[in-house]
Design a protein around this ligand. Sequence first.
Ligand SMILES: Nc1ncnc2c1ncn2[C@@H]1O[C@H](COP(=O)(O)OP(=O)(O)OP(=O)(O)O)[C@@H](O)[C@H]1O
Ligand SMILES: [Mg+2]
Length: 300
Amino acid sequence: MTQIYPIGGGKGGVGKSFITANLGALLAKWGKKVVLIDLDLGGSNLHTLLGINHQKGGINRFLDKTVKNLGDTAVSTFIQNLSFIGSSLCSMEVANLLHAHKLKIINAIQKLSFDYILLDLGTGTNFNTLDFFLTSNQGIFICTPEPTAIENSFRFIKAVYLRKLKQIVKRQFFNSAVKKAIIPQNHEAMTSPDVIEIMLKHDPDREKFLRNSLSEFKFKFILNQFRKNLDVTMGDKIEDLCNRHFYSNFQFLGTVGYDVRIHDSVLSKKIFTHRYPYTPPAMDMKKIAEKIINNRPWDH
Ligand SMILES: Nc1ncnc2c1ncn2[C@@H]1O[C@H](COP(=O)(O)OP(=O)(O)OP(=O)(O)O)[C@@H](O)[C@H]1O
Ligand SMILES: [Mg+2]
């Protein structure tokens, strides 16, 4: 069964692309069929991390109908079982994707046949990023252990959550007071737990349905660039806080240590876990990849 993991986060440069490339490489080395898709439209650079210099074009060929299936744009990487679909040749306008194009990409991703599909997302909370993050119900967000990054992560989670609530309310019959409360709001004006309280108050009959829909979400997160002197319980504390605050499930996958050699591997366009397999960050990512392999969402 195909598993899709969108990888996002509220802040730039936290390591989304780095972790996507390395988790993908580790899963592929364990014999899984993996594809990495660069969905940072307008800011794509995953190909560089993978050491791919010459591209024939990925998502752009699918959108301009040069190829019928998105899968036909996948290219192999130097790691066996690891494929890549790029977006660096997309025109600048594609960064502001048409709604229809976005749905076309999401539908096509859901039809790809791989064991694992990892989506490298752009930074921030624009609708494209949020909708790509909602391609599956087990998105991973990457955060660094700094107050600014944590703050942006909470903003990102709230924005994802609000977007999801809107999707649920639009698709299902809800009391008009609920629709009025949620649909015209902008993301910053209202926090998602507030919205849920409003929904529950105005439409108590739908409470169970809403709770069930939100509990299907199993968000995951990783603390990257973790330094030795930091509180090792930080991830568990964030997990606990999110699980108390939101109506979905949050799982802390682990920390990935800070290492200056990561910068070197990026410069030399080599996948870090491939080049330095026995370093602490590589071991950290192996543990996380193991958790992903052992994650069986269909058992929940
Ligand atoms: N664990 C780490 N230790 C040291 N440096 C790291 C680590 N993780 C990432 N980096 C550095 O941070 C840089 C940014 O990483 P990356 O490009 O993956 O971030 P990103 O979140 O994808 O950024 P963007 O928002 O621009 O897409 C990398 O080039 C790498 O040098
Ligand atoms: Mg990136």
